[in-house]
Write a protein that binds this ligand. Structure first.
Ligand code: BEZ
Ligand code: FE
Length: 288
């Protein structure tokens, strides 16, 4: 049968029909059907199709060990958050995107330590708890945090002004499942715009900003790990995060405190800001 606009889809679907792996066969079928539907809807010219391929090629060329432009593309298209949301466990704290700035080896720190090693931002104390969905403490839960500084940069982006590990810490919750540390209030910042994803945002008049946040991965044996953020309640861009990652349940007050006794207890000057983040971990392997 001749390849025509009307036979194209069936011809390609038939070519994949003997794929032995059932999931791969399903994926290839869905990709083919949706891609063909897109082409039918848009009816691109040959030049437009070539520029689509040039765009994806540029995305690939932008990727290396420290820069993942495909993840960024998935982020700004809302796909990263869609997958995250579909795979979340409703019994635990809501999840959000991992983002590109997580280091597998956050410096191990003791409860109460400073994650800020520079000292130029607004001091902040973060406290939290890790519990199961019934509120039972999870002693020893691992809480990995990382954040940008008061200028919106992660340590890896500014090795000239921030020591490696600045803004990062790996903590173990105490016997009551509690954790606490000192840092600075993070600020909003733009996602990287010097590549094709930045050009896409510019062409569509979208801003590149993310609201101020602290990244958190919380884990414990027997529980489902959650990758999430705590968002700063008074930050700009909470309603228009460039990567769609804001969930209401994750927005926390970073209220100013002038409580001298509490400041002395935590070893911070007054005034300081204070935030609390209760984390719930769902038990692994139970039906959702
Ligand atoms: C971040 O929060 O670190 C981030 C997330 C997605 C894209 C770029 C940055
Ligand atoms: Fe971030």
């Amino acid at each position: 049968m001749d390849f025509t606009e009307h036979t194209a889809l069936d011809a390609v679907l038939a070519s994949f029909a003997d794929t032995p792996d059932a999931r791969l066969r399903q994926i290839l079928g869905a990709v083919t059907r949706h891609l063909h539907a897109l082409v039918h809807e848009l009816r691109p010219t040959t030049a437009e199709w070539e520029s689509a391929i040039a765009f994806l090629t540029a995305v690939g060329h932008m990727c290396d060990d420290t820069r993942q432009e495909f993840v960024l593309l998935s982020d700004v298209l809302g796909v990263s958050m869609l997958v995250e949301t579909m795979n979340g466990d409703a019994r635990g704290t809501e999840g959000t995107v991992l983002g590109p700035f997580h280091m597998s080896e956050s410096p191990r720190r003791e409860l109460g330590d400073r994650i800020d090693e520079v000292g130029t931002g607004v001091p902040c104390v973060v406290t939290g708890t890790v519990t199961d969905p019934d509120g039972e403490a999870i002693p020893g839960a691992v809480v990995d945090v990382w954040q940008c500084d008061e200028n919106g940069f992660y340590d890896v982006q500014r090795p000239d002004t921030q020591p490696p590990g600045n803004g990062r810490g790996l903590f173990h919750a105490d016997d009551r499942g509690a954790f606490w540390f000192r840092g600075v209030v993070p600020t909003y910042y733009p996602i990287p715009t010097d590549g094709p994803v930045g050009r896409l945002l510019g062409a569509s008049r979208r801003h590149p900003y993310r609201p101020a946040h602290v990244h958190v991965i919380a884990s414990a044996p027997g529980f489902t790990t959650v990758t999430t953020h705590m968002f700063v309640a008074d930050s700009p861009y909470l309603d228009s995060d460039a990567v769609f990652a804001v969930k209401h349940s994750l927005v926390r007050d970073f209220a100013e405190s002038a409580d001298a006794a509490e400041a002395a207890r935590y070893g911070v000057p007054v005034p300081f800001r204070r935030a609390h983040f209760p984390i719930r971990l769902a038990r692994a392997g139970r039906p959702r």
